[in-house]
Structures are given as structure tokens and as C-alpha cells.
Write a protein that binds this ligand. Structure first.
Ligand SMILES: *[C@@H]1O[C@H](CO)[C@@H](O)[C@H](O)[C@H]1NC(C)=O
Ligand SMILES: *[C@@H]1O[C@H](CO)[C@@H](O)[C@H](O)[C@H]1NC(C)=O
Ligand SMILES: *[C@@H]1O[C@H](CO)[C@@H](O)[C@H](O)[C@H]1NC(C)=O
Ligand SMILES: *[C@@H]1O[C@H](CO)[C@@H](O)[C@H](O)[C@H]1NC(C)=O
Ligand SMILES: *[C@@H]1O[C@H](CO)[C@@H](O)[C@H](O)[C@H]1NC(C)=O
Ligand SMILES: CC(=O)N[C@H]1CO[C@H](CO)[C@@H](O)[C@@H]1O
Length: 267
């Protein structure tokens, strides 16, 4: 696990010394967001025939993915805003994570991503912000520094300054507080390709196993877009919809509401 310098920002000053051991690590909770595990072969037919949107099934990911940048360009940023959901049901333990990222679908050797996890244990809901450059584990952001609760409006900015460096910014729009961190690729094998940009709710891995998926109701990413090396800004119009399918059950329902918005529901 690599530690990077932490930018101070207008509202919050973080001390790297104070964060030498993030809370998640001291608790031995190792979370990891994974590349999409696309499910190929015969697929259930739930496609909305009134549009030409492509639907793809995954064991892990639901949401919207821009599967490739325009020819000759690469994605170098992705942004989106969502409201942290209140869990509609706390019966049964489970979890999920909402995040914005670059790569990890067809470009499977890297993901630069950040977001919020929500986890239900014994009828208690826990939220936390995190960032990750896959294949590293997610790093939990100390909740004393960046508390997350249901109803918070969070903007996630993922900026790749090069294929091996990136800046992750999470902003609490309600409080105008930001958390900013510069990250570097954990290995030479995890340089970014800039081939995918995505807005996802994921069934993530914790301590080596997939968490049971919790019911988050609906999460809508708004003001969602990705930018490219040629300064093009792309919306979600041509995005591929991803639904989570496990054991032949489709667990999610995803709609692209507009060029800047995707809604992801637990089905
Ligand atoms: C973070 O990255 C930006 C852009 O590359 C750079 O301007 C800034 O100095 C970096 N900050 C730190 C603390 O390294
Ligand atoms: C779907 O694609 C066909 C062929 O390209 C086109 O004629 C039609 O207008 C498209 N439908 C929508 C809803 O975009
Ligand atoms: C966001 O702001 C709201 C309102 O000030 C506050 O209750 C909440 O704890 C903040 N969350 C974060 C992540 O800063
Ligand atoms: C989306 O962007 C518009 C225009 O910048 C802004 O007015 C609005 O507050 C944003 N929505 C959210 C939920 O942040
Ligand atoms: C993109 O925009 C930045 C900032 O305006 C500019 O410095 C850069 O040259 C532009 N790149 C291209 C490929 O147009
Ligand atoms: C259920 C499922 O498909 N889990 C997958 C999540 O993603 C990782 C990495 O791609 C796979 O190893 C898991 O099998």
C-alpha cells in the first residue's frame, strides 16, 4: 500500500501523520473495488427497445460506462454528483459502493476511482468515503476528516494528469468541503489506458470475498461527464448500461435519464 502526499484544501487541512493508519486498515477491513467481470454468452432480455442503448451484464458493476473514447483520444477525467442514499431496508447484512472512475472495464489492468461505500451490519448502516488505484486496496478516508451521511450530496472528480498520476477530489456540496489527494500508479502494470469512464454501483470485495449486495434503493449520478485528451467533453448519451447479474438473477435496474444523468436501482 502506497501513501501519497495529501493536499491541503481551503476548508480542511489534513495531516498526513495523523492519517498514517487509516481507520479501515486498523480494523483489518480490506475493501477492494474490482474490474468489471463482464458476463458473456446468452443474456436475459430486458433491453429497453425504445432506445438503442446497449446493455451489458456484470457480476459486479451496475451503472453507465463509456466503453471507448473518440478515436485518437484518451479519457483523462470523469466527474459525477450523487446523493448518499438512506438504506430503504436494514434487514440482512450487505453492502455496495457508489463511485466514479477511469478504466477497469475493457481496460482491465487499472482503475483510478473514488466514492462512498454503504454497509449494513446488524441493522446498523455505515458510510465511508474511499479512493483506490486498482490493484491496490481501497483506502478509507477518515470519517473525522470527511464524514458521510445519508442525504449528503457528493461530487467525485477523477483527474488523470498522466497515465501514472492522478488527482482524486471528493466534494461535499452541502458543506462545500473537499478532500483532495494526488495518487500515483501502484505498479508499472497499472498505468492508465484512458479507455473507459464510468459511474457505478458495485458489489465490492471485502477481506477477499464478495459482499452480499444491500438494497440501496436508487442512486442517481447527475452532472456526469468525462473529458478527453483533446478537451472533448462526453456525456452519457452513448454510454453502455451495466446491470449486475448473479446466479441468473438480475439485481439492478439502470436507466440513462439524460446526457448527464444515470439512475441505478436495486431491483
Ligand atoms: C498534485 O498534482 C498537481 C497536478 O499535477 C500538482 O500541481 C500539485 O503540486 C500536486 N500536489 C502535491 C502535494 O504533490
Ligand atoms: C436506433 O438506431 C436506428 C438505426 O441507426 C435509428 O434509426 C433509430 O432512430 C435509433 N433509435 C433511437 C431511439 O435512437
Ligand atoms: C456534508 O455536509 C453536511 C452539511 O453540512 C454535513 O452534515 C455532512 O456531515 C457533510 N459530509 C461530509 C462528507 O463532509
Ligand atoms: C449540476 O450542475 C449545475 C450547473 O453547474 C448546478 O447548478 C447544479 O447545482 C449541479 N447539481 C448538483 C446536484 O450538484
Ligand atoms: C486543452 O485545454 C487546455 C487548457 O485550456 C490547453 O492547455 C490544452 O492545450 C488543450 N489541449 C488540446 C489538445 O486542445
Ligand atoms: C460475482 C462476481 O462476478 N464477482 C467478480 C467481481 O470481480 C472480480 C474481479 O473482476 C472477480 O474476480 C469476481 O469473480
Amino acid at each position: 500500500m502506497k501513501f501519497s502526499t495529501i493536499l491541503s484544501c481551503s476548508a480542511l487541512i489534513f495531516s498526513s501523520a495523523a492519517r498514517a493508519l487509516p481507520r479501515g486498515f486498523s480494523d483489518h477491513v480490506l475493501r477492494r473495488s474490482n474490474p468489471s467481470s463482464r458476463i458473456e454468452g446468452p443474456q436475459p432480455q430486458t433491453a429497453d427497445t425504445s432506445s438503442n442503448t446497449t446493455i451489458q451484464y456484470s457480476g459486479n458493476w451496475s451503472g453507465a460506462v463509456l466503453v471507448s473514447p473518440p478515436t485518437g483520444e484518451i479519457f483523462n477525467s470523469a466527474v459525477g454528483t450523487f446523493t448518499v442514499p438512506s438504506m430503504p431496508s436494514v434487514n440482512g447484512n450487505g453492502a455496495a459502493a457508489a463511485w466514479v472512475g477511469i478504466d477497469g472495464d475493457t481496460f482491465a489492468t487499472a482503475i483510478l476511482q473514488a466514492g462512498v461505500f454503504f454497509s449494513v451490519t446488524d441493522e446498523t448502516v455505515e458510510y465511508g468515503a474511499w479512493y483506490e488505484w486498482w490493484p491496490n486496496y481501497a483506502t478509507d478516508i477518515d470519517t473525522d476528516d470527511f464524514p458521510v451521511s445519508a442525504g449528503d450530496v457528493i461530487t467525485v472528480n477523477i483527474d488523470a494528469s498522466s497515465n501514472s498520476e492522478g488527482i482524486v477530489t471528493l466534494t461535499n456540496e452541502s458543506a462545500r468541503k473537499s478532500f483532495v489527494i494526488n495518487l500515483t500508479s501502484p505498479t508499472k502494470l497499472s498505468y492508465l489506458g484512458g479507455q473507459n469512464a464510468e459511474w457505478i454501483i458495485e458489489d465490492y470485495t471485502q477481506n477477499g470475498g464478495l459482499v452480499p449486495l444491500t438494497n440501496w434503493g436508487t442512486v442517481t449520478f447527475v452532472n456526469a461527464s468525462a473529458s478527453t485528451s483533446a478537451n472533448n467533453t462526453l456525456g452519457l448519451e452513448d454510454a453502455t448500461i451495466f446491470d449486475i447479474e448473479q446466479y441468473n438473477d438480475i439485481m439492478t435496474f439502470v436507466t440513462i435519464d439524460s446526457d448527464s444523468s444515470v439512475s441505478i436501482s436495486y431491483a
